[in-house]
Design a protein around this ligand. Structure first.
Ligand code: GAL
Length: 410
């Protein structure tokens, strides 16, 4: 569609967003989902400090996570002073949390072979009430560049809203569109001179069906509200991902939100399902636990190389649900049993057991991308392998089997 038609279709009130649509995010980043850590699920505002950033970076190295591909150490809300910007309008890192400033920490993290991320917000304030970037997009992009930041999560609180101006913390009717402020920050990041490319992570909680247009604006976009620390959130977000899997591709992925594994709120099978589903759905894999205290069972789950390889497969296609003949239909809001998605060298298959322990079986002939005949498979959590026309697993309640299936000759 030509720009002039686009403007007519949008109406004059949305000229800015129509113009923004003509620019495509072409930063060469995020060809596979990002992997790393965020402090938010650990201790909210309290984890936005040098101490947490460096402890986590060192843990990534010593626990072997860096070698598995986890690289981003991301600080979330509350890293600046709350009272406001400095006399020149710059964001000011809280000196109590960042006694050496941001760049010294980013440098140290780069020295470990890792990357460093920060959080900002498109509105007047961040969600926790710290200074937001509205009207300061270019200036903030310059600050990030001067500190060699690699990742920018951009939230959606206190943004212009049809009901309540800029003063509503969470707005369901943006004025005129979240595209305006996500476009402004994207352009600022594209235009600033950096020595470190900045991955752009949009956090607008699925507002305005961001998955339909997010790839022209960012490298990933949150599809829903937060992954609160409970199993219900995992089900809410995981089931939603099935219906919008087609929007993920190299350069831009559905973001199912930070993982809540390791925090004592899920059973071990639920942690397997949570990690496995986020991985095959090609979500960023952002750990949200205190890495100095991560339980060994959780560490084993998030270190599963076979599952990480599925997540990082170069094809970048997200798995979705399929219904084998005779199986009950998916139920909205519940994680379905059968999942599959293509890989560059096979097919990823996920089998889940939400609600009760059960035996889950599937004929490969019924799996999209496979077909009649014999297939070779490997289940990544158990390490079991086999060749045949079907598989069957005895799963605990809320558990998951994650398979890679290849042609029998491989
Ligand atoms: C929310 C966001 C969370 C976290 C929090 C910080 O809007 O969804 O992931 O960043 O703000 O205040």
């Amino acid at each position: 569609m030509k720009t002039s038609h686009l403007i007519l279709a949008y109406g004059t009130a949305d000229l800015v967003s129509a113009a923004a649509l003509t620019r495509r995010l072409d930063n060469g980043l995020g060809l596979t989902p990002s992997m790393g850590w965020s402090g938010w699920n650990v201790a909210q505002c309290n984890s936005a400090s040098e101490k947490y950033a460096l402890e986590t970076a060192n843990a990534f190295v010593s626990l072997g996570l860096k070698d598995l591909g986890y690289q981003y150490i991301n600080i979330d809300d509350c890293w600046t002073v709350k009272s406001g910007r400095d006399a020149n309008g710059n964001l000011v890192p809280d000196p109590n949390k960042w006694p050496r400033g941001i760049k010294a920490v980013a440098d140290e993290i780069h020295g470990l072979g890792l990357k460093f991320g920060l959080y900002g917000c498109a509105g007047k304030l961040t969600c926790a009430g710290y200074p937001g970037s509205e009207g300061h997009e270019q200036q903030d992009a310059r600050s990030l560049a001067s500190w060699d930041v690699d990742f920018w999560k951009y939230d959606n609180c206190y943004t212009p809203c049809k009901t309540g101006g800029d003063d509503v913390q969470v707005c369901s009717s943006p004025d005129p569109s979240t595209k305006v402020w996500y476009g402004a920050m994207r352009d600022a990041l594209l235009d600033v001179k950096t020595t470190h490319d900045i991955l752009f992570n949009m956090c607008s909680w699925g507002v305005e069906q961001v998955w339909q247009w997010g790839k022209t604006y960012g490298n990933s976009w949150r599809i829903d509200n937060d992954n609160w620390q409970d199993w219900a959130s995992v089900q809410r977000i995981g089931s939603k991902a099935a219906g919008i899997s087609q929007y993920s591709a190299p350069g831009g992925f559905n973001d199912l939100d930070m993982l809540i594994v390791g925090n004592g709120v899920l059973t071990e099978p639920q942690e397997r399902l949570h990690f496995g589903l986020w991985a095959i759905a090609k979500s960023p894999l952002i750990l949200g636990t205190d890495m100095t205290k991560i339980p060994s069972s959780t560490l084993a789950i998030v270190s599963n190389k076979g599952i990480i390889d599925i997540n990082q497969d170069s094809l970048g296609v997200a798995a979705t649900t399929f219904q084998p003949p005779g199986a009950p239909a998916p139920v909205s809001g519940q994680i379905y049993t059968y999942w599959a998605g293509p890989l560059s060298d096979g097919v990823a298959v996920g089998l889940t057991s939400v609600g009760s322990a059960k035996t889950v079986s599937v004929n490969f002939a019924d799996v999209p991308g496979l077909g009649k005949g014999s297939w070779t498979w490997k289940e990544m959590y158990s390490g079991k392998t086999g060749t045949g026309e079907s598989v069957s697993f005895d799963l605990a309640e809320d558990d998951m089997a994650v398979l890679k299936v290849t042609s029998a000759s491989k």
